[in-house]
Design a protein around this ligand. Structure first.
Ligand code: ADP
Ligand code: MG
Length: 668
């Protein structure tokens, strides 16, 4: 029996040292790495067989078997894949093939000289010092956060196999190559300085079948990996969709197919829906499926769903979004946030690519060119999908908008896609209060010479409908968009215009804006305009109101624009009331803003107040009425003054009114 001892390449040695002695947080990924290697090995056999190649033990099923031995604390992972010859074991398991690891180690040593006192790194640091050009090395570029976490180290290099030493005190790899008749070999190492190779002959080799068997003698602190439930959990999490059966102590763990890799025509609606449930635990069927694959410039498969229920990722579930990112059927990032912009955050699903290494860290993902290309392609596909739906199946699009429009409209901050976003926006308008309209719909209904696209922003439809400026627009038959989501006005202000029509709040319409249009047929009759002789009376009323309200208002004046209400509030700097609220919320300003109270001299209530004021400007009832009018106007503007004072005043006025009313009745 030939046995030989080999030294690991110095670099490998060092890496192993770091792997086994640093503080690890994510041991479990060793299993993902070994299972992926097994799957790759099986894939190679499948390829050989499909191209007519000869392989050893041709009838052996292509699968992975995991067995546990709790007494001996041994975990064994065996595959019937391509196997390795002696030389392949030396080449593949004895060195780190991936470049860049040396720079990493050097950076790490420079960064944390005390973190690894035992590591003898002198020879690596020396020799190349001064010659290295860090800015040309992408890995060194990011070394300001050199991690001590093993998952991140693994993330940087193709060192999948070595991750086994995070949990193993010793590893024994027995392999029978699928091709040729080379003798089986056993590779053994404790992950420190060296490994041994031994060929198996005679009785020892007997009964050994094609493939690789990795026997892991678990470290004391890794005994959890001899537990079936633990292994099952890790497999389901990372390796559930490998294309080969994974048997764990005799029963199959992975039973769900990687649907995204199947051709579209072969998948039934049921299968799509089942997979959606499996992914999201959402019992409501999705509204739609978007499934496609792309080969150039990058290869990837994408399966995304539009959920049939509203997704709530505002507030506490902020991070609960993003598709799962797979690399060749292996989950590498759950809820990845680089593939979709936040305005598509409601989409659920899976993206799988061949073009990324399995061992890529999260930070590296964020700056990855492949990722960026994939993301761009997906966004374009999604936009096309939504555009088509809006055109061909507007009802379906309306239900998508109802559930998820609150995300889509956030795309206003995407400079790149804003032009495609605008036609996708939907609003209720004065023309159709319970049916969504697009901006195209609005534009098609505009008055012949209308320039602006008018909107009213409020916290709800109810609030929007009582906006005092709205009456005039209705009277003239000029359509107004209802914006009831806090982001709406903000987004339209950023988008600025649609087809050269600027968005504008009805509160900012100037007095003459609508004058040119005739009243609609069934418009309510207008009140008599103020007579010249009443002007001093109105001026006196304004002065009285100013005195009564004191510093609760900035000013009291006549409204320049025709309004329906007796009064309205405007901000001194001309911003609309909802925008002002948004700004105050962002600045965390509390209390009631001081605004200008505009009085409508044509309103019957104002005319009566004027007469009361003429009789006695100090009348207590006049004071109560003015305060009540102000409170109601504030309420309509979304602010609540002192509710106790308000209720008390209202009682007093009611009592008086009831007294007068019964007095009047008696007189009759
Ligand atoms: P990578 O998978 O990125 O190449 P690994 O460290 O995971 O890096 O594996 C190194 C190499 O060892 C693989 O490329 C493969 O050639 C070989 N190898 C590992 N596991 C197996 C296996 N189960 N069967 C056959 N070859 C394997
Ligand atoms: Mg690997």
């Amino acid at each position: 029996m030939a046995e030989s001892t080999h030294q690991f390449h110095a670099e490998t040695c060092k890496l192993l040292h770091i792997l086994t002695h640093s503080l690890y947080t994510n041991h479990e990924i060793f299993l993902r790495e070994l299972l992926s290697n097994a799957s790759d090995a099986l894939e190679k056999v499948r390829f050989l067989q499909s191209t007519g190649g000869e392989v050893r033990d041709a009838d052996l099923p292509l699968e992975i078997s995991i067995t546990t031995d709790k007494d001996a604390h041994v975990l064994t992972i065996a595959d019937t894949g391509i196997g390795m010859s002696e030389q392949e074991m030396i080449d593949n398991l004895g060195t780190i093939a991936h470049s860049g690891s040396e720079q990493f180690l050097r950076a790490r040593e420079a960064e944390k000289p005390k973190a690894e006192p035992e590591a003898k790194t002198g020879e690596i640091v020396n020799g190349e010092e001064g010659e290295s050009k860090p800015e040309e090395e992408p890995i060194v570029e990011h070394d300001d956060s050199v991690p001590s976490d093993a998952s991140q180290i693994i993330g940087r290099f193709g060192i999948g196999f070595y991750s086994v030493f995070m949990v193993a005190e010793r590893v024994e790899v027995t392999s029978v190559p699928a091709q040729g008749d080379a003798t089986p070999h056993v590779w053994t190492s404790d992950g420190t300085g060296s490994y041994t190779l031994r060929s198996l002959e005679g009785a020892e080799a007997e009964g050994l079948k094609r493939g690789t068997r990795i026997k892991i003698f678990l470290r004391d602190d890794a005994h959890e990996y001899q537990e079936k439930y633990r292994l099952e959990g890790v497999i389901r999490k990372h390796s559930n969709f490998l294309p080969f059966a994974i048997q764990l102590d005799g029963s199959r763990v992975n039973t769900t197919a990687a649907l995204w890799r199947e051709p579209k025509f072969s998948i039934t609606k049921e299968q799509y829906n089942d997979f959606y449930k499996y992914l999201t635990y959402d019992q409501t069927a999705p509204l739609d499926v978007i499934h496609f694959s792309v080969d150039a410039p990058v290869q990837f498969n994408c399966l995304l769903y539009i959920p049939g229920t509203a997704v709530d990722i505002f507030d506490e579930r902020k991070d609960e979004w993003g598709p799962d990112l797979y690399v060749r059927r292996v989950l590498i990032d759950h809820q990845n946030k680089d593939l979709l912009p936040h305005w598509f955050a409601f989409m659920k699903g899976v993206v799988d690519t061949e073009d990324l290494p399995l061992n890529i860290s999260r930070e590296t993902l964020q700056e990855n060119v492949v990722m960026r290309k994939i993301s761009q392609t997906i966004v374009r596909q999604l936009l096309t999908h939504f555009e088509r739906m809006a055109k061909n199946d507007p009802e379906k699009y309306e239900s998508v908008w109802k559930l998820h429009g609150k995300y889509i409209k956030f795309g206003f901050d995407s400079f790149q896609f804003r032009d495609r976003l605008l036609p996708l926006l939907r609003y209720y308008t004065t023309a159709a209060e319970d049916k969504y309209s697009s901006l195209d719909d609005y534009v098609s209904r505009m008055k012949a010479d209308q320039k602006e696209i008018w909107y009213v922003a409020a916290s709800s439809m109810e609030a929007a409908k009582v906006n005092p400026h709205l009456g005039q627009f209705k009277r003239k038959g000029v359509e107004v968009l209802f914006l009831t989501d806090p982001v709406d006005e903000f987004s339209l202000e950023s988008l600025m215009e649609y087809q050269k029509h600027p968005f504008k709040s009805i509160e900012q319409a100037d007095a003459k804006a609508l004058e040119a249009y005739p009243d609609i047929e069934d418009a309510e009759p207008r009140p008599e305009p103020l007579k010249e002789e009443d002007k001093p009376g109105i001026d006196a009323l304004l002065a009285a109101i100013k005195k009564i309200l004191g510093d609760q208002v900035k000013d009291v004046r006549l409204s320049e624009k025709p309004i329906d209400a007796p009064a309205c509030l405007v901000s001194p700097d001309g911003v609309s009331s909802s925008m002002e609220k948004l700004m105050r919320a962002m600045q965390k300003t509390e209390g009631i803003p001081k605004k200008i109270l505009e009085i409508n001299p044509d309103h019957a209530l104002v005319r009566s107040l004027m007469q009361m004021c003429q009789a006695d400007a100090e009348d207590e009832t006049l004071k109560d009425m003015v305060s009540s009018l102000f409170d109601s106007t504030l309420l309509l503007d979304g602010y609540m003054n002192d509710p106790y004072a308000m209720a008390e005043r209202s009682m007093r006025l009611l009592r008086q009114a009831a007294g007068w009313y019964t007095g009047l009745r008696k007189q009759q």
